[in-house]
Design a protein around this ligand. Structure first.
Ligand code: PMP
Length: 405
């Protein structure tokens, strides 16, 4: 059993007052708050061993390098990757997807090849593929979504053919909370010889990820949705694929030797890590993962599922409220609309009561179009949230209705 009050004490931001009220933070799908150990890891690096990595031989540089590389090892274990060099540090999920589209995509996909994404993708798993299609004449295909917010797998299977060369699908939808059957999706893609990228931005804080069991070719995530810092994430790629891919950005660190005639590139993972990275953030993500590990992923998931069930039950009692996306398999994200009230108004009036929810299209405009709505209000729960906070949300929504209707 988790001691939620003890966990809450690890997150100093939860003591903030917003408009004179206790903060109720329900925007965790946008970014989670950071526990003290993560804040301390950042301060400790800058305060005690700030140095650039890999290049120096002095004490601080060596200490920073070993902390930086220890983080890679932690992420390898976190994703159950086979090799440490299969973990590439990125600036986040968006950066990881762009990297794969612009390196694997440009090198190995050609005119007429088909790329499959889904109707519930975040813009960051749509636009990079559209850009690639414009560059090399690939064709984008889209797996449709049913009324419950689940992928229609029969339609996916119909889209698959010898022309399919790449499939890029979200593991957990940020807008609906749906958990997609990615293992099955990967297996089907492999049957036609396509490679697969899984967008794990919303999955890593809720689910246990095993890239070998999934047999995915690429997996990307962002640290800031995982109780870690912003501007940092990782790309997992199968070693043989990463080795075959050309580098992404050019610059320091990613080279073996530079002459004006010819440059040779560094080995994995450095080939994809040009320039000085977010050293402190990389180091701190190790602490974030260890924090989550100590709580126990299964305990966290069980508690969040309890919050999800409670919130779903309570919110559905509100007249005129409809939950968008009621997949059988979902994480603790609830997107809702209220008859006659614009989501923006819901967000503003809840904010006046100290309650932070996300409103709008959640960077999933095509998905909103699919449901025929401009946007939703979204409450997303993390391990530090409580049922009492959900009660405040319910009261808050009743207040919104009184004020607007
Ligand atoms: N994919 C999904 C499903 C997301 O939820 C997000 C973040 N909202 C992203 C991609 C992009 O992540 P980032 O902004 O950290 O690159």
């Amino acid at each position: 059993m988790l001691d939620i009050q003890k966990i809450r004490a690890d997150f100093p931001i939860l003591d903030e007052k917003i408009n004179g009220k206790d903060l109720v933070y329900f925007d965790n799908a946008a970014t989670t708050q950071k526990p003290l150990p993560v804040l301390n890891a950042l301060a400790n690096y800058y305060g005690h061993y700030n140095a650039n990595i890999h290049r120096g031989i002095h004490h601080l540089a060596e200490k920073a390098t070993s902390a930086f590389e220890a983080s890679r090892k932690t992420i390898q274990k976190f994703l159950n990757a086979r090799y440490t060099e299969e973990i590439i540090f990125t600036y986040g999920t968006t950066d990881g997807i762009n990297l794969v589209a612009q390196t694997y995509g440009r090198a190995f996909l050609k005119e007429g090849d088909e790329i499959i994404i889904s109707a519930m993708e975040h813009h960051s798993n749509i636009v990079p593929w559209q850009m690639l299609c414009e560059q090399n004449g690939c064709v984008l295909k889209v797996i449709p979504v049913n009324d419950d917010g689940e992928l229609i797998l029969e339609a996916y299977e119909k889209l698959l053919s010898g022309k399919t060369k790449f499939v890029s699908v979200v593991h957990v939808s940020n807008a609906l909370g749906t958990i997609n059957p990615v293992k099955y999706i990967i297996q089907k893609a492999h049957e036609v010889g396509a490679k697969v990228l899984i967008d794990g931005a919303q999955a890593t804080s809720h689910l246990t990820i095993d890239v070998q069991d999934l047999d995915t070719d690429f997996y990307v995530f962002s640290a800031h949705k995982l109780y870690g810092p912003t501007g940092m994430g990782a790309l997992y790629g199968k070693k043989e694929l990463l080795e075959a891919m050309p580098p992404y950005r050019g610059g320091g660190e990613m080279i073996k030797e530079v002459t004006f005639e010819k440059t040779t590139y560094n080995e994995l993972p450095y080939k994809f890590e040009a320039g000085t990275p977010n050293i402190a953030d990389v180091i701190a993500v190790k602490t974030a993962i260890e924090y989550l590990d100590e709580l126990g992923k299964e305990n966290v998931a069980a508690y969040e599922n309890e919050l999800l069930a409670y919130a779903t039950e309570q919110l559905l009692k509100i007249e005129g409220l409809k939950i968008i996306g009621q997949a059988k398999d979902k994480v603790s994200v609830i997107s809702f609309v209220i008859e006659g009230i614009h989501p923006q108004d819901v967000g503003v009036i809840l904010d006046q009561q100290g309650i932070a929810v996300r409103t709008g299209h959640h960077c999933t405009q095509p998905l909103m179009k699919r449901f025929g709505i401009p946007g939703t209000s979204r409450a997303s729960f993390a391990v530090y949230n409580t049922k009492e906070e959900i009660d405040k949300l319910v009261l808050g929504i009743e207040k919104v209705k009184k004020m607007v209707l």
